[in-house]
Design a protein around this ligand. Sequence first.
Ligand SMILES: C=C(OP(=O)(O)O)C(=O)O
Ligand SMILES: [Mg+2]
Length: 563
Amino acid sequence: MPELSGIGVGRGIAAGPVARMSPPPPAPADEASERSAAAETERVQKAVAEVAAELEARGRTAGGMARDVLEAQAMMAQDPTLHEAVATRLQAGKTGEYAVHEAFAEFRATLEELGGYLGERASDLSDVSQRVIASLRGLPAPGVPDPGHPFILVAEDLAPADTALLNLDQVQALVTIQGGPTSHTAILAREKSITAIVGVAEAASLTEGQQVIVDAGAGAVITEPTQEQLDEAQARRAAHAAQAEAPITPGALADGTAVPLLANLGSAKSTEKAVALGAEGVGLFRTEFLFLSADEAPSVEEQREAYQSVLEAFPGQKVVVRALDAGADKPLSFLNDAPEENPALGLRGLRALMANEQILRDQLTALAQAQESTEADVWVMAPMVSTVEEAEAFTALAKEHGLATAGVMVEVPSIALMADELLSRTDFASIGTNDLTQYTMAADRLLGSVASLQDPWHPAVLRLIREVGAAGIASGKPVGVCGEAAADPLLAVVLVGLGVNTLSMSPAALAEVRAELKLHTLEQARGIAAAALTAATAGQARETAQQAAQDAVQDTVQPAVPH
Ligand SMILES: C=C(OP(=O)(O)O)C(=O)O
Ligand SMILES: [Mg+2]
């Protein structure tokens, strides 16, 4: 039973036949057609009609937002301006493929120049053009396949729109060649509870229709499963589904040690889901959504309203609000429009806020006002902090605005190493493992080519977390984790073993983490963490922790002294 390995997202398991994402057809050459213009026109019209009908049919099956997107694409395929542009080229003797390719590309460039909503639709136009060209050539449509039965989707990577539109009755699991644990595909898969393994370099060898088991917990794609393995996978799938239905209890270890499980929220829209899935508060409220689509900072009143709607959903519970984290992957022209060679190392996060202090002051004012009219326990924290002076300055400013609990994110190795000094100057620390991994490993979190380095299991990252956990225990100040690492059930246990008190994650991950914590005592979690720390590589840390966790669970189930 050969296996391919990658980075599993969550603990799901699924089995089924592979269906590969078809690559886009190669661009057609500028050649004269051997057919008459009339014959080419007929071919193109037929292909366009087929593509439009297929997109509409898919929209009807998918429903909801996907239906609107697909119907808009079907309309694009039939746009009269485009048809005129294609017809002109056919009259000039071009092939149908080339006429479609060139006319759609021209139309796309016009849309991109217009910008705004139409500009955003430009890439949809390329998708339609590729579908028509594939149809003219008699090739399968590019994009997510539709074999008519449940399947395991194998792709180089998925565009966010592809992931968002997946038909989850058909797609049993996702395997991508590219991508790391914090890639968009992994984050979206986690959010939608799709069984997924990303960064499977050898997935290119999987063939259409081949039976595989995708075991996300083990990060393995089993390529020639035996009947016994298929039965076991089926049983584990049923158990996993039952776990999602398990009663919601507060996060705690087997010995009753409380580990509050909090939600990461990206906007006010997801509060309901977080509450329904049992979030005991919010460990990271990302406020960027208010700023990113704007040309200038939103007013204090606009901000107050948005913050209030989140705070109201958590009366009596903790809500950790992060000050604006702009720069690098989230550029904001009104905050910093200077070109930077290395924006991830530039004026981002708290650095950008300190350079535009009024924007930070307005945000703190809005938050303090929102706090006054709700019963949530509001904590505020700063992103991308590198020095204790920065932490001190932010904490003082937050208190000046009437926010009693102020802390910082630990995302830069320098501040992790200074955790003891940090915690003597601020109220709490929250470890952002996505950026902490990026900066520790010097690997851009958005770059597929270095995704394998972007692994929070790396012992270098774990050693830094140990520093922060130890400083938290020594000072009695709370230390949380709000990066994607907290959503990996076994890594969550390791984090608690390293001294972390709370875990914050996408709400979809709460059930799995809750179930895993219940299997281990604090002493065992410390043992599993100590085992992971002995490793030399990320892979070894994961394996060593898995072994230590299994041994610990067996010791608990089988008492050492038989009766
Ligand atoms: C939680 C984090 O912040 P973001 O992902 O928003 O940068 C992190 O870096 O881990
Ligand atoms: Mg971050």
